[in-house]
Design a protein around this ligand. Structure first.
Ligand code: ZN
Ligand code: FE
Length: 254
């Protein structure tokens, strides 16, 4: 069973340290920086086996080269984006598997935020590393993709089991909740979630991982798949994709 630690980095990033207790090996997802990772590995007496990159942005790959130099780890990333992923060793395709100890993660191509974004879904461990596609109560910006591409990528989450834990790369939850409340001001589930998250943040704790069951319920960018939700937010006349596009547009200027 994988254990996951969150390492805060840069301004609002999280680096995820995956730990396989049996082999005493570790992997990191999206090392924004090397220093805090090296420090934690040292404290835990872990060897860094590999890096899993979700996409090429500097706040996800910034620590790649230094970590490779210091630990000789293997760097995995999406094959077609290889030239933008510093130090990449293994080129991945949609449907490939990565592993740490006994745990296996499926690589899922999920473009929209960037053209070469992937997710890592450790199905048996019920964990998905979402990079900058799905956030808690939000979704990533469309830097290199159309709304349709991102919408298709988000469908992947709707197909995952409800109990899946989602690890998102940025602490945007508080802001996302404020936006969601402009749509459904009095939603009890959202209100309770917002309160819990604000309390965590006040105590210096991350709001992650988040449960997919919760996101399906209160994340507007997933909830627009339901006609009842679209009606509730006054977008009942639109298709799911059109409503998603409209919400993404509003969030961009929020
Ligand atoms: Zn990004
Ligand atoms: Fe990012």
């Amino acid at each position: 069973m994988l254990r996951v630690e969150l390492i805060p980095a840069l301004f609002d990033n999280y680096i995820f340290l995956l730990i396989d207790e049996a082999s005493h090996k570790g992997a990191v997802v999206d090392p924004a920086e090397a220093k805090p990772v090296l420090k934690r590995l040292n404290e835990l007496g872990l060897t860094l086996d590999c890096i899993f990159n979700t996409h090429h942005h500097f706040d996800h790959v910034g620590g790649n080269l230094e970590l490779k130099r210091e630990t000789n780890c293997t760097i995995y990333g999406y094959g077609s984006d290889a030239e933008r992923l510093p130090g990449i060793d293994r080129l991945l395709n949609d449907g490939d598997f990565v592993s740490l100890g006994e745990s296996r993660g499926r690589v899922i191509f999920a473009p929209g935020h960037t053209s070469g974004h992937v997710l890592y879904h450790f199905e048996e461990d019920k964990k998905c590393f979402a990079g900058d596609t799905l956030f808690s109560v939000g979704c990533g910006r469309l830097f290199e993709g159309t709304p349709k591409k991102m919408w298709n990528s988000l469908q992947v989450f709707l197909d995952m089991p409800d109990e899946t834990e989602i690890y998102c790369a940025h602490e945007y939850t508080a802001d996302n909740c404020r936006f969601a409340r402009t749509l459904v001001e009095d939603d009890q589930n959202l209100l309770v979630y917002q309160e819990v998250c604000l309390e965590k943040l006040e105590n210096g704790q991350p709001t992650f991982p988040t449960k997919l069951s919760v996101e399906k319920l209160i994340n507007p960018f997933l909830a627009v798949s339901r006609e009842s939700y679209r009606q509730r937010i006054g977008l009942g006349h639109l298709s799911a994709l059109q409503a998603f596009t409209e919400l993404r547009r509003r969030k961009d200027s929020f």
